[in-house]
Design a protein around this ligand. Structure first.
Ligand code: GLC
Length: 411
């Protein structure tokens, strides 16, 4: 498919502009003016990709430079950077126990963002500048989110997955499939305070119970290790390239040994890899990571095209229709922030990963269908955080940047 709608490009440009911010020399983009007035990790990687497609390579690079400037000395890139206070925000004050940034991370999409920029302008120096930061971040994940060397990383808080209240985490949080969003948020805040009180050391309860080996973040790391290896090659660092390829292979093997059941990869909880059999869009992520065999890819596709599971009027819901946790809307009511809804609505970020995965395996018609649905949602309801998959209504944050990823899907 091709971009034929110039109006769409203008609209993306306008939303990005509304969200641009500067602090001293640091330029960054917030995801949404009222709801998310700070810099977020995977959002910024998406932004860099969107800027690249808009031909604004300087902004793409500035976005990532600001992001990595907040990297901790142990290699972690925090999922939020509070460059400057916001006066209009409805985002709650959270005591992360660290100054100016949060103390947890988010999915490592950085290498793919850097590679997208490199493909557009061939700037090897930018790759050389970013590679050490990427390496340090991936090494942090491999060391501190996989302390026993099992080759699978865990998330210690659902927010690290980027899918804050996904039902994949219900069991770990001790919540039933249907519960109040506030209860979910309270449990996640408790994890933040436990982690802070433990001085960022992962202690027993978190390790044993909340240690969720989540499929999407592992798939994202696997694919981003592939980008990392490729960029080492571009820079002539062949032994590092080889090392990265072998880490990636070990991760793929661990995914197959521990998470694969009946041709589908399921996230797991606890040290014994107890499978979490909740059907979410995570089912499609092994295609993004290129780790599914043809018959495993077909098993995932059978869920994608099933009208009782993920095949809805407006595309791929984040949770299957047949799940008791499925909840298609999501604007919270009342004064207190309860966060977002990852329990059913369509999000354009997940659509982007799914489209890439389908394209990897040659399912072009299905990929185009998701792109068309994404475009239909934007034209019906604008640049929203998420959409009801049944009627296309927009919910959550407004002037939200992620829908701009359609430009990359069309590239
Ligand atoms: C919400 C989303 C998260 C995103 C953040 C900023 O918390 O769940 O994935 O990074 O908003 O957009």
């Amino acid at each position: 498919m091709q971009i034929t709608d110039l109006n769409l490009v203008d609209q993306v440009q306008q939303v990005m502009k509304i969200n641009q911010r500067q602090f001293c020399d640091w330029k960054y983009t917030i995801p949404s003016p009222k709801t998310y007035p700070y810099q977020w990790l995977w959002d910024s990687c998406f932004h860099a990709i969107i800027y690249t497609r808009l031909g604004q390579l300087n902004l793409a690079k500035a976005e990532l430079r600001s992001l990595v400037s907040a990297q901790w000395s142990n290699g972690m890139i925090p999922h939020m950077i509070y460059w400057q206070p916001s006066t209009i925000s409805i985002f709650p004050d959270i005591n992360w126990g660290s100054r100016k940034t949060s103390s947890i991370t988010q999915p490592p999409v950085l290498a793919s963002a850097v590679y997208t920029i490199y493909e557009a302008d061939g700037d090897v120096n930018f790759v050389r500048e970013m590679l050490p930061k990427i390496e340090k971040f991936h090494n942090y994940l491999l060391r501190f989110r996989d302390p026993r060397g099992n080759h699978l990383i865990g998330v210690i808080n659902p927010d690290e997955s980027g899918e804050d209240n996904s039902p994949r985490f219900d069991e770990a949080l001790g919540l039933p499939p249907q519960h109040d969003f506030q209860d979910n948020f309270r449990q996640r805040l408790k994890l933040v305070s436990d982690y802070r009180q433990n001085r960022f050391v992962i202690k027993d309860a978190m390790d044993k119970e909340h240690w969720v080996r989540d499929v999407p973040i592992n798939c994202i790391l696997i694919e981003n290790l592939r980008f990392q290896a490729h960029m080492y090659k571009i820079c002539g660092q062949i032994s590092k390239q080889r090392q990265t390829i072998s880490i990636r292979k070990a991760m793929i093997q661990a995914m197959r040994s521990n998470l694969l059941r009946n041709k589908i990869f399921w996230s797991s909880v606890g040290l014994g890899y107890r499978p979490i059999n909740v059907k979410t869009w995570a089912i499609f992520m092994p295609l993004y990571a290129r780790i599914a065999t043809r018959s495993e890819a077909e098993a995932a596709i059978s869920y994608l095209i099933d009208k009782g599971e993920f095949n809805t009027t407006f595309g791929v819901p984040t949770v299957a229709l047949s799940e008791p946790s499925f909840s298609p809307d999501g604007d919270w009511r009342g004064d207190d922030w309860a966060g977002t809804n990852w329990r059913g609505p369509v999000w354009i970020g997940p659509n982007w990963f799914i489209v890439k995965g389908l394209q990897n395996y040659g399912y072009t018609r299905l990929a185009n269908h998701i792109i068309e649905n994404s475009l239909a949602l934007i034209s019906l309801s604008g640049f929203r955080e998420y959409y009801n998959p049944l009627n296309g209504e927009g919910h959550g944050a407004d002037n939200f940047t992620w829908p701009g990823l359609v430009l990359d899907m069309l590239a």
